[in-house]
Design a protein around this ligand. Structure first.
Ligand SMILES: [Zn+2]
Length: 54
């Protein structure tokens, strides 16, 4: 079983919509809810730093 090591936010590089995500032990990042694409259809995301959000 692969453990979650970090919770994070990812931002769609196209429309800027934010999504909650998890980074796993194998360094892969998965959006919550099993999604892998933004509502706008874009699939590239950049990591949001918490400091930018709060
Ligand atoms: Zn988008």
């Amino acid at each position: 079983m692969i453990a979650v090591i970090e919770r994070m936010l990812m931002r769609c590089e196209s429309c800027g919509r934010g999504y909650a995500a998890r980074r796993l032990e194998d360094e892969t990042v998965h959006l919550l809810g099993g999604k892998d694409a933004c509502k706008c259809g874009h699939t590239a995301f950049s990591e949001l730093v918490w400091d930018e959000v709060l």
